[in-house]
Design a protein around this ligand. Structure first.
Ligand SMILES: [Zn+2]
Length: 329
């Protein structure tokens, strides 16, 4: 019997390397004789103490991905996983810094391998993937400019957005205006991590300085009623990742998470997994937890997926086809 948890889903916030199954990372490390044992626990899951350590473990795991073929395998594995949980559309964050050190030539080769994998996964599972190029905030504004150049030069049907991940407490959003402007001039749509660790002030900077139309997380906006009015007036969409916030200790459990309050206030909320194997989550687990905490059912989840598809950065034809699939499942 089909339940609301099997339904077709749209995911807007997924870091490609952050979704790497530990088995794949171990396999590639084994093939390359790289020693990364310290990042796994006895059960073979990623293990970290806090957000800083999470970023370090993430970068160690990613360090074994050194050639386009690795990213081909990664993309296939990640999309296999997403499709298992009913995802029909995913926008994955791709970081040129991890793909040939943000140099344009190598980046094109990595991107081509990722796209080839995405096309094959679409044929196999019907899952559609698009890419959002992200700079890494704690690598600094100069490296961000290189990532933005990679984004601008490869903007098109597949690369449809630009964003920023990494440590939100490093510098201020404004330091990255140059990169965001460059991406926007190339026709890319904008999102940034804000209001996960940096408080409502970081969201304010993202909205007014970077002029993004989506926020990665955004949940700390709940502390600033005036800013909430502003994000609602601007029709900004939040890429909320409850399981990630709970795993990193921002909220103790789903019931304490502000997603329901934000939704009731009129904010465009969506649900994503962020870095699923790191946070022991997947889209099904997210839906089950939200259903238990807030009694959300098919109606709420359908609305959530339509909100997500509305806010997707892909072209209109892709969106129209996907809307039909949401309606006819
Ligand atoms: Zn994220």
């Amino acid at each position: 019997m089909q339940t609301e948890f099997d339904m077709h889903k749209v995911e807007l916030h997924l870091h490609l390397e952050g979704a790497a199954p530990p088995t794949l990372i171990r396999q590639i490390a084994h093939e390359k004789k790289a020693d990364i044992d310290g990042i796994f626990d006895e059960q073979g899951h990623y293990v970290f103490r806090d957000f800083e350590h999470f970023l370090a473990v993430y970068e160690t795991a990613t360090s074994v991905l050194t050639e386009p073929m690795d990213f081909y395998r990664l993309t296939r594995a990640v999309l296999d996983q997403s499709a298992t949980h009913g995802v029909i559309y995913t926008e994955a964050f791709l970081s040129p810094d991890f793909c040939g050190q943000a140099q344009l030539g190598p980046w094109r080769e990595y991107l081509s391998a990722i796209q080839e994998a995405a096309q094959e996964s679409e044929k196999k599972h019907g899952i559609v993937m698009k890419g959002i190029v992200t700079c890494i905030r704690h690598f600094g504004p100069d490296k961000a400019k290189k990532a933005a150049l990679c984004a601008a030069e490869t903007a098109g049907d597949f690369i449809c957005g630009f964003g920023m991940g990494g440590a939100e407490t490093f510098g201020v959003q404004e330091d990255y205006i140059y990169s965001f402007d460059m991406a926007q001039e190339a026709g890319l749509r904008l999102t940034t991590h804000a209001g996960e660790w940096g408080g409502a002030e970081s969201v304010r900077q993202a909205v007014f300085d970077l002029k993004v139309e989506r926020l990665g997380h955004g949940v700390q906006t709940i502390d600033d009623p005036q800013l909430l009015d502003e994000v609602i007036a601007r029709d900004i969409t939040f890429e909320v990742c409850p399981g990630s916030n709970i795993a990193l200790g921002i909220y103790p459990d789903t019931h304490s998470h502000p997603i329901e309050k934000l939704r009731n206030r009129g904010v465009n909320v969506t649900v994503s997994t962020d870095d699923p194997p790191f946070f022991n989550t997947d889209m099904t687990k997210e839906y089950v937890a939200l259903s238990r905490a807030f009694s959300w059912g098919k109606e709420e989840f359908t609305a959530l997926n339509k909100t997500a598809l509305n806010a997707a950065f892909c072209d209109k034809a892709t969106k129209d086809t996907l809307f039909k699939r949401l309606d006819t499942e």
